[in-house]
Write a protein that binds this ligand. Structure first.
Ligand code: SF4
Length: 267
């Protein structure tokens, strides 16, 4: 059974858990006080744009049409150029997926597919009041041999020291609850900038039940405990990408140190 403090903050998601573990101050801004982001990071906007275009192309929109429309929504030429640098990863991925689909018997394609579970891991609606953990799968393929491939698109850099399974643990738990007949899960990360897909070894349903589910529930409890003492900044290299850095007390200390007045500087 989840603790009361974990239930209070439900529904959880992968990013909510990692935010709680990384910086309780950021968790409070985002999920408790629900402060509107004072600034949106260019990386976040570009990542969203690429995700949107990938989704449209996989659903059949021609590449040029999709990228032109999504690109036009970016606010500056610099962001549009950064978007352009990532665009070649879209047809490269679509071609690879097309070849993969021809080799395997795909029963169903899942694009931007939302899933949610209750605290007992039975499935529920994404926006239901009893959702305990939820997420949106970037891409999934259900095969006729009772296996499922899950892919998460990443526009950022690899996270050192983590594996594909670490990063997709939550999605595997959600998918295993939703598709109970599936016996084997392939977990893949699509590194868009590198135009590569990194796959885990196949994960059996038993491993999800016996290891990934308890790990996920423990991580939720740890995040709930970390944020229980109130907003505590935990400054680190991640502050550079934090949308709340302009209003965070810790970040202000680091970024806006008063400059000492020195008479020798005066000409
Ligand atoms: S700037 Fe850093 S310490 Fe402050 S809320 Fe953001 S991540 Fe946390």
């Amino acid at each position: 059974m989840p603790s009361t403090r974990a239930l209070i903050h439900a529904p959880w998601s992968a990013s909510k858990v990692s935010t709680g573990l990384r910086c309780p101050q950021l968790f409070h801004f985002k999920y408790i006080q629900k402060v509107k982001e004072p600034e949106v990071m260019p990386e976040a906007r570009i990542g969203k744009a690429i995700h949107k275009s990938l989704e449209q192309v996989l659903m059949g929109t021609p590449l040029a049409e999709s990228t032109a429309q999504v690109r036009a929504e970016l606010p500056s030429e610099i962001e549009q150029m950064r978007f352009d640098n990532l665009v070649p990863g879209i047809p490269a991925f679509a071609t690879r997926i097309g070849q993969f689909r021809r080799r395997r018997r795909v029963a169903r394609q899942l694009v931007e597919y939302s899933l949610a579970v209750r605290e007992d891991l039975t499935t529920t609606q994404f926006y239901a009041g009893d959702a305990y953990y939820r997420g949106v799968l970037d891409l999934g393929y259900l095969f006729e041999d009772d296996s499922l491939a899950l892919v998460d698109h990443k526009t950022g850099a690899r996270i050192p020291g983590t594996t594909v399974t670490d990063q997709l643990e939550g999605y595997a738990v959600l998918a295993a609850s939703a598709f109970r007949h599936v016996r084997r899960f392939w977990l893949g990360i699509h590194w868009i900038a590198e135009r590569s897909v990194e796959w885990s070894t196949p994960v059996p349903a038993e491993l999800i039940r016996d290891t990934l589910v308890p790990d996920l529930l423990d991580n939720i409890e740890a995040a709930a405990l970390a944020v229980d003492d109130g907003p505590r900044p935990n400054a680190g290299s991640w502050c550079d990408r934090c949308s709340y850095r302009t209003i965070c007390p810790a970040s202000k200390d680091i970024r806006y140190e008063p400059v000492e007045y020195d008479e020798d500087d005066e000409d």
